[in-house]
Structure formats: C-alpha cells, structure tokens
Design a protein around this ligand. Structure first.
Ligand code: ARG
Length: 459
C-alpha cells in the first residue's frame, strides 16, 4: 500500500515492499492501543496547558481518541501496515476523524518516548496480573502445606533418599522460591515506575513541558532523569523477562516433580482428570501433559530473555530500530507466564497426595541413618565414628537383605555398645522430622511458622 508516510516529507521515492514488511509491527504492537491512547490524552492535556492546543482542539483530540478506542475494541478499526506501528495508526485515524487538531498531537513528542511510555504502562499492568496469580498459587501451596503438616515423606539429594521431611516442608520450599519471584516482580515494577514521556526523540524538547504532570497523570512515581538513557533503555523489559525466566525455572522444577511423582514407580500423587490427558493408542494412559507443557514453556521464557539481551548488547546510544524487536518476546513472555500460573493453580486445585506410599518409601530405605548417627553422638561417640558405625550397619543390611527397621537391639549392639533401648525410637522416620530443631528445619513448629510468615508476605 503506498500512502504518504507521516515522516515522508523529505522522501521522493517510495519504500520497497520488503522495507514495509520488515518495518511493520502493528500486527503485534496493536496490543498497546489502550496505553497509547491513555498516554496521548495526557500528553494532549499537557499541550493544552502549555498553550500549544486550544481548549477546543484538546476536547476534539480526546473525543477523537475515544472514538478510535471504541473502533479498536469493537473490531471496526482498520489497522494499516503501511502506517507501520500502533502509534502512527492511531494518530492517522485520529487526524482522519478530527482534522488538523490531530496533526498537532505529536508536538513535543517522539515515537521514541511514546513507545517507551506505552510499554512501561503495559508492563506495569501485566506485572500486577502476574503478581496476583503468583500470590494465589503461593497461598494455595501454603494451604496444602497446612493440611498436610503431618504427612512425612522422603527428602532427596541426588535423587536418592536422604532424610525424612514433612511434605509441607517440601511444598514450602517451592513456595519460598516463588515468594522471591513475587518480590522480584514487585521490585522491578517499582524500580521502573518512572515516566519516559516528554524527553522527545533523545535530547529533550524545545518546549517548557511539564513532565511531572505527565508522570502524575499516568500513575508514575517520578520522571526518568536523562533523555538519552530514556529512549535507549530497555531494562524495564529485560527485567520482566528475567523475572519471568526465573519464575519459569521454578515452575518447571515443580512440574518435573509432579511428572515424576505421578509415575507408577513413585505413585506419590494423583493429578485430576482436569489436568491430565489420554493417549490416542494406549487406553490405560493418563499423562501429566499440563505439567510437561509448563516445564517446556519455561524454555521459551529463557529464550525471550536471551533474544532481547542479544538485540540490545551492541547498540550504540540512543534509539535504534533494532529495539522494535523488544515487543514480541515481551508479549510472548507475559502470555506464557500468565497461562502457566493459571495451569499451576489448576493442577494444585485437586491434587491428591498418597501418604501411605510416601511413608512406605521411607521405611524401605535408610532415611533415618543420620538420626542414628546423631543418636550415637548423644551417647558420647564422635560424629565421624558414629557415621562409620551406621555406614557399616547399612552395608550389613544390604548384604543380608534386611530392613534397617527390623534390626533388634542385640544386633545393633554388635556394631556399637553405645546402642540402648531408646535407639528404636530414633529409627522412626516420623520422629525424625521432629528432631530437626534448627530454625527453618522440617519440624512441625518450623513448618507452621513458615506458613504464617509466607502468608504475611503474600497478603
Ligand atoms: N515501532 C517503533 C518501535 O517499536 C516505534 C519507535 C519508532 N521510532 C523511530 N525512530 N523509528 O520501536
């Protein structure tokens, strides 16, 4: 389509088709229409206060923008790729609707500060949505942790059974990681809540504008301090991509456990029919697809971060058109994170834990070996020695195909005279969790404290 470009004054020739196709972004940045219109309204109000627009011009701009908004929302707006992006599409339509007043709107503004303000507003809103879903998910984990406070399971290192833990301690471990994600989103949202509008293309504008007014009316805490940095900066996008990538890593790790725990071999959990799928050939299958998909989606979150960092790394100050490549990763990440969080909440809505299987796993192994070593320490045996004694008991059990729990006192005494009647209590996995007295451990009081503090942080 060959219309005169808004920037076309100095051009005689027309852009080739491929230039237009490479330039256009309206097919994805149209998503910023609300923010663009909001920013333009406040900008117009400032221009009116500066005497650049008459009161009537201002009024007609505002009502023209409202019409554009309605057209977009009702699907009647004709997005034109020859106008490149959402900013020029809106301005062109506005001018078509209200005439010359529309042509004054871009006074004291550049697309460089315009796109920055739109994107910052978008990120602020979307981050709030992410935070609220994240809170919901963390609270759900805390609720399950409370319900399951008496459930004891194996804690693992190297995927090998290590020591008994409460299921709540395990779930809270994930909740704490997610609470750091929450904090990260909040911190970045606050840190970047500065208004870029009013810096112009890169150097400032030739008018005494009122950036404070713009900031206040757009809900920013202040204004960005340097015009060049303002239009060259995409940290506010990189940060949300990073926060999302790390959140993605955390969700992926949870999902990995859900996949594992729902296997026949583990059988620790049952996921509901709502979040599992069948096989087109194997009638018996119930696959944890949702968990696998979320685990998989974390890959694209990291990809989006790397993509933006790579775009930015060689760019000289200030704005370069490469930076238009910031939006697709951003939008994709926001959509993906929101979708994944929704999926996590759904999976944990009806998840069923198999307590019997969890304790069976504990008893079949040597999960309380460390407790026995500590028991001997209490009886005066140095830890290194007690470690060796218990190690040889485990070796003996393995060779004799005996279960740790079947050994009687007499047999134990063959390994050390320090064993007494009371050792048998120390073999019990459930009791083991209560012997963890250190702060942040897996004892009941620690778990309950954690639930309380995580609820306080999240609410
Ligand atoms: N669509 C452009 C982007 O997203 C808007 C800024 C264009 N600025 C310019 N100097 N060409 O980056």
């Amino acid at each position: 389509m060959a219309t005169k470009k808004m920037w076309g004054g100095r051009f005689e020739g027309k852009n080739s088709d491929v230039t237009e196709r490479l330039s256009m972004s309206v097919h994805y940045d149209s998503r910023l229409y609300r923010q663009d219109i909001k920013g333009s309204k406040v900008h117009a109000e400032m221009l009116k206060d500066m005497g650049i627009l008459t009161h009537d011009e201002f009024k007609s701009i505002v009502s023209g923008l409202d019409t554009v908004l309605k057209e977009i929302e009702s699907g009647d707006f004709n997005f034109r790729s020859d106008y490149e992006d959402i900013h020029m599409n809106i301005e062109a339509r506005l001018t078509e609707l209200i005439g010359d007043a529309g042509r004054k709107l871009h006074t004291a503004r550049s697309r460089n500060d315009q796109v920055a303000v739109d994107t910052r507003l978008y990120i602020r809103e979307e981050t709030e949505k992410i935070e609220s879903l994240l809170k919901k998910f963390i609270l759900r984990l805390a609720d399950i942790a409370e319900q399951q406070r008496e459930t004891v399971m194996a804690g693992y290192t190297h995927m090998q059974i290590a020591q008994p833990v409460r299921l709540s301690q395990h779930l809270l471990a994930h909740a704490w990681a997610l609470s750091r994600d929450l904090k990260r989103f909040e911190t970045f949202r606050n840190m970047h809540n500065l208004c870029p509008l009013g810096v112009g293309a890169l150097a400032g504008v030739n008018y005494v504008n009122n950036r404070k007014f713009l900031a206040e009316h757009l809900g920013f805490a202040g204004v960005t301090p340097n015009s060049m940095d303002t239009v060259a900066d995409r940290d506010y996008i990189a940060d949300i991509l990073y926060a999302s990538s790390l959140l993605g890593v955390h969700l992926s790790r949870i999902c990995e456990e859900l996949v594992l725990w729902s296997t026949y071999e583990f059988n620790y959990i049952r996921l509901s029919d709502q979040v599992t799928t069948g096989s087109s050939i194997m009638p018996q299958k119930k696959n944890p697809d949702l968990a696998e998909l979320i685990r998989g989606k974390s890959g694209r979150l990291t990809g989006n971060l790397v993509s933006l960092l790579t775009v930015m790394k060689g760019l000289p100050l200030t704005y370069n058109r490469d930076m238009q490549e910031d939006k697709e990763p951003l939008f994709d990440t926001v959509d993906t994170v929101l979708l994944c969080l929704e999926g996590m909440i759904e999976m944990f809505k009806d998840i069923v834990f198999n307590k019997e299987r969890m304790s069976e796993t504990l008893r079949g192994n040597f999960s309380t070996a460390t407790d026995i070593a500590d028991y001997l320490v209490q009886k005066g045996v140095p830890f290194r020695t007690s470690h060796e004694i218990v190690g040889s008991i485990v070796g003996y059990c393995e060779k004799e195909k005996r279960n740790f729990f079947e050994l009687n006192l007499e047999e134990l005494r063959k390994f050390s005279n320090a064993f007494d009647e009371d050792v048998l209590i120390n073999l019990d996995p459930a009791g083991s969790t209560e012997r963890k007295q250190s702060e942040g451990g897996t004892s009941l009081s620690s778990v309950l404290n954690q639930i309380e503090s995580i609820r306080e942080i999240v609410v």
